[in-house]
Design a protein around this ligand. Structure first.
Ligand code: CMP
Length: 220
């Protein structure tokens, strides 16, 4: 728990008191952890793996966020008493999680102002990203949105390699389309163009940004 950003300000003693309250759970790839509209009484912290949080309308899907080790989710239905899960959560890879029930989550928030501040800070960060998503969906064309999504993924999940920045997450064209808010065919076209221009290359669903500055220039 020491490496989890949410807990970074807690003392060793505070960490020791919270650690035994978490229950470790393993999930296979493709497991739906909860559906939008479900009643929620658990908070999730990812130890390993990737989770997508999304909303669906008539088989069309928009991904609101991708979470990985160190990230938490499921806090909204716990804090907003009487409200349901605001989105569906599904594992994109096999995951190991720590979960905390509502009463324990509350217990800790009430006792730790530092934890509350970190939670607010992360919420602000997520609101900022949501604002960006609203802006992009309203004002930008599909090509620019696709490029921005790839750029952001490289910022958030990028690992620097000798030949470029690797997005450390397997993503299908359909999943990218669900992040962009468009159809798969449009994303495939943009990806092909970026590969032809040697800005990116794709190997086994992993995207390598060969020319980050060219990608940045196209995105902004
Ligand atoms: P909850 O509503 O309990 O269940 C779905 C979770 O997804 C939610 O809590 C948040 O943790 C997370 N979530 C919902 N919307 C967003 C968003 N726009 N950005 C990041 N995370 C979100």
């Amino acid at each position: 728990l020491q490496n989890v950003p949410l807990f970074q300000d807690l003392s060793a003693a505070e960490l020791e008191s919270i650690a035994p309250l978490f229950v470790e759970r393993k999930y296979k790839k493709g497991t739906i952890m909860f559906f939008e509209g479900d009643a929620g009484d658990e908070f999730f912290l990812i130890q390993s793996g990737v989770v997508k949080v999304y909303r669906i309308d008539n088989a069309k899907e928009i991904i609101l966020a991708l979470f990985r080790d160190g990230d938490f989710f499921g806090e909204m239905a716990l804090i907003q008493k009487g409200l349901k899960r605001s989105a569906t959560a599904e594992t994109l890879e096999a995951c190991s999680m720590f979960t905390l029930v509502r009463s324990e989550f509350y217990h800790f928030l009430e006792r730790s102002p530092k934890l509350c501040l970190r939670l607010v800070e992360t919420t602000m960060e997520r609101l900022r990203k949501a604002n960006e998503q609203i802006y992009d969906l309203t004002f930008l064309d599909v090509r620019t949105r696709t490029i921005k999504v790839i750029f952001r993924l490289s910022e958030e999940h990028g690992v620097v390699k000798p030949n470029g920045t690797l997005i450390n997450m397997k993503l299908t064209h359909q999943q990218l389309a669900n992040l962009v808010g468009t159809v798969r065919e449009s994303v495939t076209k943009v990806l092909q163009e970026l590969q032809e221009d040697q800005i990116i290359s794709i190997d086994k669903k992993y995207i390598l940004i060969q020319d980050p500055s060219a990608l940045h220039q196209l995105a902004f």
